[in-house]
Design a protein around this ligand. Structure first.
Ligand SMILES: [Zn+2]
Length: 412
């Protein structure tokens, strides 16, 4: 299947759609107040397309007007001690690498401002943030002159002073026209020299290779490999000097630096970058079917005793993608701003961990394996004895060691 859309990164016209997913809720992290509202939430088709040139993957039927980001968009993971520790160490790494002391940092897509707040406090910097999902009532308690957040999308011209570093973390994957976006954020302000950029995105190669159903959802219209991320910044006059997988392989973290106009990229280095190749794309559909079958069988064995842990985008994607997910009893989240709301599409209730005591489940599925140990510790403190399995794209089949009711998966 070819698509009429050229690649949003490199303009290659030869892209092809390799997979479609029907009825995907158009927003995963929006707080909805009733099951009725959640069940009626708009759903659209995702058409995953691949560029054979730069190896970018994107939703070629993405409709930007369907996605809304406001202060009811509850995306933060900062209630997790594991995530906070990751943020703190990343912050210290950036401060040391860029000598960020008393400087100015712009964060495009700063969410609730948690990371920008760290950069301000731990480096004595000034922070300027942009995010339509920012909530001024939850503003970090730093000196107001040190932190300015615009509760809106980034717009060129909003930043008037020279910038020492642009941070763009977990944002590019939401942008349908990333080439235009990167040109805009790398030239802020327009009159000053381009600043270095730290960028972090989900590792799209991991998502495609391991068929991480839980990591494919509507807001994420763009899926990068090392190769396509480098290609994107090259076109804006940057070179990606250092790119690595972080957060147990889930994210790609890259440092992009401006290079003089006309600088030729190094072919050897380009070949060394990881890419989403044709074989990955060709295998995707059978893996998709395998993942659905394996998890569908597991839910079947435990229905209706399964609860999910983690009410973010991964849970919404899981509920939309796995057959039988309607039998899920409820979804636990430690973020108090999510509790009492309902998940778009499925209408499942989001509750605090204490619910496990009142309504003990037969199986807990942890949506992000990074949090497995944290979840086990919380469940143990609650005194609830229940098997716990992580949902993991890289280990699609729930391990039989973790699942007492596991039966061998059929080869069909
Ligand atoms: Zn391309």
């Amino acid at each position: 299947m070819t698509t009429s859309r050229a690649c949003p990164v490199c303009k290659c016209a030869d892209t092809r759609v390799f997979h479609r997913i029907e009825r995907v809720p158009v927003s995963s992290c929006v707080n909805l107040d009733s099951p009725g509202e959640a069940l009626k939430f708009p759903q659209r088709t995702m058409s995953l397309a691949w560029c054979p040139d730069c190896t970018f993957v994107f939703n070629s039927s993405f409709d930007e007007t369907m996605v809304r980001y406001g202060s009811d968009y509850e995306e933060t993971q900062s209630f997790s001690p594991t995530f906070r520790a990751f943020h703190e160490s990343l912050c210290d790494e950036l401060v040391a690498r860029y000598g960020l002391r008393g400087g100015t940092v712009v964060e495009v897509g700063c969410g609730k401002g948690d990371f920008l707040d760290l950069l301000v406090r731990r480096g004595g910097n000034r922070g300027i943030g942009f995010d339509p999902a920012y909530d001024p009532e939850r503003r970090p308690a730093v000196n107001p002159s040190d932190l300015t957040v615009f509760p809106e999308r980034y717009a060129p011209g909003r930043v008037a002073t020279p910038v020492d570093l642009v941070v763009c973390k977990m944002t590019l994957e939401h942008i349908p026209a990333p080439a235009t976006f990167v040109r805009e954020i790398t030239h802020a302000p327009a009159t000053a020299a381009p600043a270095p950029v730290f960028v972090m995105v989900p590792d799209g190669r991991r998502v495609v290779r391991s068929c991480a159903i839980e990591d494919i959802y509507y807001e994420h219209c763009s899926y990068f490999s090392e190769r396509s991320l480098a290609a994107l910044f090259e076109r804006a006059g940057y070179r990606v000097d250092d790119v690595k997988a972080v957060y147990r392989g889930q994210y790609l973290a890259a440092h992009a630096n401006p290079v003089p106009a006309g600088t030729r990229q190094d072919d050897d280095r380009d070949r060394s970058l990881q890419r989403i190749d044709a074989a990955d794309i060709d295998r995707f559909r059978s893996r998709w079917l395998d993942t659905r079958r394996t998890w569908g069988e597991l839910l079947d064995r435990y229905a209706p005793g399964v609860v999910l842990w983690g009410a973010g985008s991964k849970a919404v994607a899981f509920l939309a993608g796995i057959p039988g997910a309607d039998s899920i009893r409820y979804v636990v989240d430690i973020n108090p701003y999510r509790q009492g709301h309902f998940l778009p599409g499925s209408g499942k209730e989001i509750v605090g961990p204490e619910r496990l005591k009142d309504d003990p489940p037969d199986l807990v599925v942890v949506m992000n394996p990074v949090y497995e140990e944290e979840v086990r510790a919380t469940v143990s403190v609650l005194g609830v004895d229940v098997p716990i399995v992580p949902m993991s794209g890289s280990a699609r089949s729930p391990s039989t060691a973790d699942d007492p009711r596991a039966v061998p998966v059929r080869d069909e």
